[in-house]
Ligand binder design. Structure first.
Ligand SMILES: Nc1ncnc2c1ncn2[C@@H]1O[C@H](COP(=O)(O)OP(=O)(O)OP(=O)(O)O)[C@@H](O)[C@H]1O
Ligand SMILES: [Mg+2]
Length: 367
């Protein structure tokens, strides 16, 4: 059975003055999924959310919610729940009154309202705090109430614009897990905006990576992280090491690239990024690899793991991160970052080591 789309944007274009804010956005959000809009500041995340909510008047394109064209329908008739980046609770109302507000507007009977408010507060673990005012709550509690308030009206869609960005790291982490649990429990189709890649990777069913008013890639967290389609996506999602060179040989399975000083590196041909994917011998290319894909071995150590790409390097820096070690190597006269789960006793600054990686873990793009 084909899963229905709860939201569809077709060719959405918006220009303010000379600034093109949304440049032909096509997007489909599936029923029940948690979709994240991810990208740097100013890329158009909030504008996309506002287009769906009806707060932004677009120049071209169409918006569909549950199959219905809502392009010319005002926000309050679109049946959405929204949570904003800054606390959006009414300061002069108690928690209970904040949740009751939308329900009384919709003329829900009193008893039904009480029941739904109770349920919503339970869902966000805020039962018992009905009588508090927003100023008597912590940041995390306020955002919980804001989420409960968005959910209590049983919206068709839940739109969350960086709801965790004002919280400290630990709270962010906790509330993130809670939003994920809650969203699955309620089953409401959710669009979540963030510029934090880790948040997007951990929360989402699918991620939309945006850049300068366009969509770069849509995919599951693993697709986005392991198989980025463009250089922008690769660099935005996580750390990277970069090399430059020329194509030496190429076949359907493997590309061999020669760096300065005749060093050869192998990359799987399917790992091409960018719009131009027809490669010829002599083409100038850039290669990318993430720090955790590199493995350090001692030189001439016994049973070695076999890597196509294996080189001598020296350790220039070692940083302990708690859960792992970040090791900087001098490789091909460049500083390269490696993430290792542990270190061996003879790995010290200045030590000579061998570093290896798999051709399937490296990405290639034309210069
Ligand atoms: N009312 C406006 N008038 C003029 N330009 C605007 C207006 N609203 C947004 N913009 C511009 O549109 C672009 C996209 O803005 P938007 O708020 O959608 O970005 P964003 O991805 O949400 O960024 P952030 O992560 O900083 O919230 C930015 O360049 C912004 O300056
Ligand atoms: Mg924004």
């Amino acid at each position: 059975m084909q899963v229905a789309n709860d939201v569809e944007l077709k060719g959405v274009y918006k220009q303010i003055g000379r600034n093109v804010i949304l440049n032909g956005i096509n997007l489909q959000v599936k029923q029940g999924e948690l979709l994240t809009l991810l990208g740097p500041s100013g890329c158009g995340k909030t504008s996309t959310l506002n287009t769906i909510a009806g707060f932004l008047d677009i120049d071209k394109g169409e918006v569909f919610i549950k199959g219905k064209n809502v392009t010319n329908i005002p926000p309050y008739k679109r049946g959405l729940g929204m949570v904003f980046q800054t606390y959006s609770l009414f300061p002069h109302m108690t928690v209970y009154e904040n949740l009751d507000f939308g329900l009384s507007l919709r003329k829900v009977p009193k008893e039904e309202r009480r029941k739904r408010i109770e349920q919503a507060l339970e869902l966000v673990k805020m039962s018992g705090l009905e009588k508090r005012y927003p100023r008597e709550l912590s940041g995390g509690q306020r955002q919980r109430v804001a989420i409960a308030r968005a959910l209590v009206v049983q919206p068709m869609l839940l739109l969350l614009d960086e709801p965790l960005s004002n919280l400290d790291a630990k709270l962010r982490y906790e509330l993130r897990a809670e939003i994920k649990r809650l969203q699955k429990e309620v089953g409401v189709t959710t669009i979540f905006v963030t510029h934090d890649q880790e948040e997007a990777l951990s929360l989402s069913d699918r991620i939309v990576v945006m850049n300068k008013g366009t969509i770069e890639q849509v995919g599951t967290p693993t697709e986005i992280y392991e198989h980025p389609c463009t250089e922008f996506v690769f660099q935005f999602i996580g750390k990277s090491n970069q090399f430059e060179g020329k194509v030496k040989t190429i076949d359907s399975r493997m590309i061999c690239v020669e760096l300065e000083g005749n060093t050869q590196i192998f990359i799987e041909s399917k790992n091409m990024m960018g719009s131009n994917r027809s490669y010829s011998i002599g083409d100038r290319v850039k290669l990318y690899i993430r720090p955790e894909k590199l493995t350090i071995q001692e030189q001439e150590s016994e049973p070695e793991i076999f890597y196509y790409n294996k080189y001598n390097a020296s350790i220039v820096q070692m940083n302990y991160l708690g859960s792992a070690w970040e090791i900087e190597l001098l490789l091909f006269r460049k500083r390269v970052q490696v993430l290792q789960p542990f270190v061996k006793s003879d790995w010290k600054i200045g030590a000579e080591v061998t570093v290896g990686w798999n051709p399937s873990d490296m990405m290639i793009v034309k210069k």
